[in-house]
Design a protein around this ligand. Structure first.
Ligand code: NIG
Ligand code: FE
Length: 411
């Protein structure tokens, strides 16, 4: 069964076999008008929609996309979508002047989500996670990463991993689970933090590895959370157990986390608001992808990470929602692209690379998605408007009209 999609303005990057860097971020391929053929969910051919241009003249079905704009399905490479309850009260405290990390130090923040998750049934947690995934899909996200980190006991972290795996079976998106047992020092370990790091290393990580669900291990390296030395110990153990590595680093305070992530050969380092040029250069050298989260800067009223500088220094850039009940509650990748373009000066083409192919590399999914090219899954979205510029132009409005995963129309 071959379907020909035709009469579209297609904008896609090319997969160069590695995350895009520097000027590669801005190198769009445009087919206008363009067409592509999908067979068994895979793109068989893509090219100009002109007679003699290689277009299939004998497909089983033809879908006319009416001259609208087509881009690859978005990839959201950093979320905390598996949580039990929102934290609107804290948002209101922040509106009234409270600081995000101050709330955290006083036992709210991540710990508030830990308390609600520990008390929640599996059903509640699953329902909430599915709700987030549904909303994420409506914004064109066809591949998404989800982290644990609201359990912070072996049992609750495993429960979170299992719920993520269960949710993944019930949604059309590809879901990539990440273990983030070192997300915070839970209150019961406040006066014996070393014991919690021991617990992560000696019990949680082996149990998570045994469960075989999480592909990545992440850690929150930050002042008042995990030190660089503790993070290295946790990540080293995770690698021994067969996981690939990520790290939340230099979000509020520059602890040298970017350099640590590079040294540890992390696939990605995330946040990076406070990262300096030395740390970023080490990431460029190691090929560590920067996963930048402008929605978080917006929501906790912090500066934006220096994404343009990252591109200049040769760091591959990805962008994500960080969707979580605390520091950034949005499932909208179009909103993230808008912030990147309008507030961070990221060129539109680069922002698109950052939410498609580079985001796919950041979660190990580039083999199957992230660009519209022969051999990849037909994960694509139809946008309102003539070009991806519609995203920041029609700001605050969902520009996604249709969503296709493996060639199947979902929205
Ligand atoms: O990526 N920075 C650490 N963790 C999350 C926030 C989690 C929360 O506030 O619940 C983040 O922003
Ligand atoms: Fe995060």
């Amino acid at each position: 069964m071959r379907t020909l999609f035709r009469n579209a303005r297609i904008y896609t990057h090319r997969d160069m076999g590695a995350p895009l860097r520097g000027d590669e971020h801005s190198a769009f391929t445009v087919y206008d008008p363009g067409a592509f053929v999908v067979r068994e969910g895979i793109i068989e051919w893509i090219g100009p929609d002109t007679a003699g241009g290689g277009i299939d003249d004998d497909p089983d079905t033809i879908v006319d996309l009416g001259g609208r704009c087509v881009v690859p399905g978005f990839v959201d490479p950093h979320t905390h979508l598996c949580f039990a309850a929102t934290r609107e009260n804290e948002f209101q405290m922040r509106l009234a002047g409270a600081d995000y990390m101050q709330i955290h130090r006083e036992g709210g923040g991540i710990m508030s989500s830990v308390r609600s998750l520990r008390a929640a049934t599996r059903e509640t947690l699953l329902k909430r996670t599915l709700m987030g995934l549904k909303r994420s899909l409506s914004f064109g996200v066809t591949t998404v990463e989800i982290k644990t980190g609201y359990g912070l006991t072996t049992e609750a972290e495993l429960r979170q991993l299992e719920v993520i795996a269960q949710a993944a079976k019930q949604v059309p998106q590809d879901v990539v689970p990440t273990f983030l047992g070192a997300h915070s020092i839970p209150e019961e370990f406040r006066d014996r933090r070393d014991h919690f790091v021991d617990l992560v290393v000696e019990e949680m990580l082996p149990a998570a590895a045994d469960a075989g669900i999480a592909r990545y291990c992440d850690v929150f390296t930050e002042e008042g959370v995990f030190t660089v030395a503790e993070s290295e110990r946790i990540l080293t153990r995770a690698r021994e157990l067969g996981m690939e590595l990520k790290a939340h680093v230099d979000e509020i305070v520059n602890l040298g986390g970017a350099a640590m992530a590079a040294r540890m050969k992390c696939v990605s380092a995330e946040h990076l608001i406070a990262a300096d040029d030395d740390g970023l250069s080490e990431m460029a050298e190691a090929g560590t992808i920067a996963v930048v989260l402008p929605g978080t800067s917006f929501s906790i009223r912090k500066p934006f990470a220096r994404a343009r500088r990252m591109i200049e220094l040769g760091v591959p850039l990805a962008l994500a929602t960080d969707c979580n009940p605390g520091s950034c509650y949005t499932e909208s990748i179009p909103f993230i692209v808008t912030l990147a373009v309008m507030q961070m000066g990221v060129p539109l083409e680069a922002a698109l690379a950052a939410v498609t192919i580079n985001a796919a590399y950041a979660i190990g999914m580039a083999e199957s998605t992230g660009t519209l090219e022969g051999g990849k899954q037909a994960d694509f979205i139809v946008l309102e408007g003539e070009s991806p510029a519609i995203i920041p132009y029609h700001a605050g409005v969902n520009p996604v009209e249709e969503v296709y995963k493996k060639g199947v129309r979902l929205i």
